[in-house]
Write a protein that binds this ligand. Structure first.
Ligand code: NAD
Ligand SMILES: C[C@@H](CO)CCC[C@@H](C)[C@H]1CC[C@H]2[C@@H]3[C@H](O)C=C4C[C@@H](O)CC[C@]4(C)[C@H]3CC[C@]12C
Length: 366
């Protein structure tokens, strides 16, 4: 390890989430300078407690004191904590509190505690797809696009990203300056992906038959969780070495996962578990899908006093799934030497292996 002994303290907010856990694992395996990784989350995963060099911190990102305590003494903060909700599971106020005010708390804690480096997990959603259905085809960080934000989640991610980028260069005690950057994943997939598990469960109800609803020509950007984690690690390293070139920058997350429709991509993962997709063209007319999506909104409203009805399909998710959004960029490679750590074949086989294990357990539990 040479002269650089283990001296880096990383704080990962949302470290018990889907991406967060992969990121913590990646730091433990790939960061030679790592002294400690602090995992800050509202809901702790106790199975992570035994991990060497991991400190679990239960806290609420909306509470400035919780955040300040966690940040104290950290060298770098990777801020992934967020409410990921495009289904109306949480109120707009709650989403704003966690995603926007929580991010402001992280920034203020970095400044007051002298933690100079902040990497923020943003989202493709800060750009699009927009609700007009304008396609974003193989775009990069400079591609012009008419972003329209209406729903609380994309609105909150956009505000939070702006806060993070505007905080770059903020003076701190000791003459230092805060250095920030943002990574924008497209649709993340991989082991423990909650949404693919949801599609898996729905598919079991129809005898492992899936029904094409979206034209195969609509491409949806997907990126493997291990590569997203790898990008965060590399960005966190480089931002310390080259604060001037990295500070205030945004990067799309990408890898060699193929451009496909959302459903065709999911089938790559589901097919090895015996699932089949019916129809080379959408089986349900678009207007009918729209009608069902609106009916779901109506039912959500009617049922609100009793429970939260939040099905996968609503007018917003329908628009996203029906609008091409794919990126083609090498900015992360140019700025911090990113090359995907996992090939498409590895990413797929790791994800399939996980889902097959889920399948075996599900069948055994029947
Ligand atoms: N999943 C995707 O496809 C995707 C795509 C693009 C960007 N992102 C972004 O990546 C990040 C991680 O997403 P994910 O899919 O892993 O989500 P996730 O829900 O699995 O993880 C988020 C974590 O944040 C924690 N959290 C929520 N509220 C909190 C609070 N008040 N205080 C502390 N912790 C809190 C949750 O407990 C959870 O562990 C998010 O910022 C999300 O916006 C996700
Ligand atoms: C119409 C259905 C027929 O099978 C399919 C509906 C699929 C949608 C539920 C998902 C299509 C695209 C997804 C989103 C996308 O991958 C990117 C996202 C950004 C991230 O920050 C949060 C999650 C999400 C909004 C993701 C959510 C689910 C989709 C809308």
């Amino acid at each position: 390890m040479g002269s650089t002994s283990r001296n880096q303290i990383y704080l990962v907010t949302g470290g018990c989430g889907f991406l967060g856990k992969h990121l913590v694992q990646m730091l433990l395996e790939q960061e030679p300078d790592l002294a400690e990784v602090r995992v800050f989350d509202l809901h702790l995963d106790e199975s992570m407690r035994h991990l060497n060099r991991v400190t679990l911190i239960q806290g609420d990102i909306t509470n400035p004191e919780d955040v300040r305590t966690a940040v104290q003494g950290a060298n770098v903060v990777i801020h992934t904590a967020s409410l990921v909700d495009v289904w109306g599971r949480f109120s707009p106020e709650k989403i704003n509190a966690v995603n926007v005010c929580g991010t402001q708390n992280v920034i203020e804690a970095c400044v007051s505690e002298g933690t100079q480096y902040l990497v923020y997990t943003s989202s493709m959603e800060v750009v699009g797809p927009n609700t007009k259905g304008d396609h974003f085809y193989r775009g990069n960080e400079n591609t012009p696009y008419k972003s329209i934000h209406e729903l609380p989640y994309p609105v909150s991610k956009t505000k939070a990203e702006k806060l993070v980028l505007e905080a770059n260069g903020r003076p701190m005690k000791g003459g230092k300056h805060l250095v920030t950057c943002a990574l924008r994943p497209t649709g993340i997939y991989g082991e423990n992906h909650p949404l693919i598990k949801e599609f898996y469960k729905q598919g079991l109800l129809t005898g492992r038959w899936m029904f094409r609803a979206i034209p195969a020509s609509v491409e949806h950007g997907r990126v493997y969780v291990g590569n997203v984690a790898w990008m965060h690690l590399l960005a966190a390293r480089k931002i310390q070495e080259s604060p001037v070139s990295m500070g205030g920058q945004v990067y799309y997350c990408y890898d060699s996962s193929p451009y496909k429709s959302y459903e065709d991509f999911n089938m790559e993962i589901l097919r090895p578990c015996g699932f089949r997709l019916l129809g080379s063209r959408p089986l349900i007319p678009y207007f009918l899908l729209h009608l069902i999506a609106f009916l779901n909104v109506f039912l959500q409203w009617v049922l609100k006093p009793f429970f939260t009805y939040a099905p996968i399909l609503n007018p917003y998710t329908l628009v996203i799934a029906s609008t091409t959004f794919t990126v083609a960029t090498d900015k992360a490679q140019r700025h911090f030497g990113y090359k995907p750590q996992y090939t498409w074949e590895e990413s797929l086989s790791r994800t399939v292996k996980w889902l097959q294990e889920v399948d075996t357990q599900t069948q055994a539990g029947k």
